[in-house]
Ligand binder design. Sequence first.
Ligand SMILES: NC(=O)c1ccc[n+]([C@@H]2O[C@H](COP(=O)([O-])OP(=O)(O)OC[C@H]3O[C@@H](n4cnc5c(N)ncnc54)[C@H](OP(=O)(O)O)[C@@H]3O)[C@@H](O)[C@H]2O)c1
Ligand SMILES: [Zn+2]
Length: 345
Amino acid sequence: MKAIRIYAHGGVDRLRNEDAPDPQITSPKDIIVKLEAAALNHIDIWVRMGATGMKIPMPHILGADGAGVVVEVGNDVKTVGVGDRVCLYSFTGCGECEFCLSDRDFMCIRVRSLGERLDGTYAQYIKVLPENCFSIPSHMTFDEAAAFPLVFVTVWRMLVTNARLQPGDTLLIIGIGGGVASAALQAAKHMGARVIVTSGSDEKLERAKVLGADHGINHRRKNFAEEVKSLTDNRGVDVVLDSVAGEVWQKSLHSLTHGGRLVTCGATAGGEPNDDLNIMISKELKIYGSTLGSREDFRQLLGFLNTSQIHPIIDRKFALSEAREAQQRMEEARQFGKIVLQSSD
Ligand SMILES: NC(=O)c1ccc[n+]([C@@H]2O[C@H](COP(=O)([O-])OP(=O)(O)OC[C@H]3O[C@@H](n4cnc5c(N)ncnc54)[C@H](OP(=O)(O)O)[C@@H]3O)[C@@H](O)[C@H]2O)c1
Ligand SMILES: [Zn+2]
């Protein structure tokens, strides 16, 4: 099969478009999926660069998100069959630890995820287990089904499970062009929140408004914490979703109202921001670190997507062979929404 593999960590030039062995069924629970599409996440770039600190077997196929058709199943597979259209939940735990036994195997210290410890989705075929496979929401194409899982389950856990966003809450989302941020906008508008977004690009702010954002602030030109104050009669927002951190973090804290919640899943601009303990104490702020989502979060999310009929935002589609260009686009933050790689025969 064709696959995009790396042999060592580094820049986009490490991505090699080449022939790789087809995955084979080696255990009765194995499933082979013919991938129609994969989607990029920032984690792919961290893995390529070696920034996760995780030792991964080389050569390695990147990619956590994908969707396709089941083409072969092992003898013990009961929940999916050949011909099923599936999207992938990319985590598998050890099945024995306290986290796995309470449906939180994404927290398992021995977790194996697609594109990290396991070969990923930048390929024509992938081997997965029954617990990785879910039916594609019927209103979605393969491209959309590849685009939603990781960012939307992350957003679901951030906004629903952790920060408990309520209808009528005001939510501030930092860096709306990102995959997590744009998914959060779609979900939060559907949940009845008022949403303020920031971006370094006026064009992206315009696109966000078309998708329902109530206000947009260009964070390159304005201090967004001050703008938020004036947009909320000096009150501040109930929830901030900040996956950027770095120099942005303090402004995110200063944008919150009393008892406000800041939820973060990433630190694209730097993982050691300056905190402001005084404001955290005097305003009783709550900070939620949030990572991915459990299989139960994913099940709830699928119900939400089926009911809301939300289509994830696709920025641009590339052929699988163009993975370098696709990752470059993400590294330069030129995207709005998700970047998709399409497989072809
Ligand atoms: N823990 C988890 O489970 C989890 C899951 C998913 C993602 N993440 C992390 O969350 C982060 C976002 O992921 P993603 O896939 O959405 O990434 P992405 O698509 O690459 O989004 C990055 C966006 O952040 C904004 N940005 C980047 N640098 C900025 C800066 N210095 N100041 C302000 N905004 C800046 C940009 O928005 P504009 O273009 O609008 O300015 C950019 O489009 C990554 O760090 C990723 O690793 C963590
Ligand atoms: Zn475990």
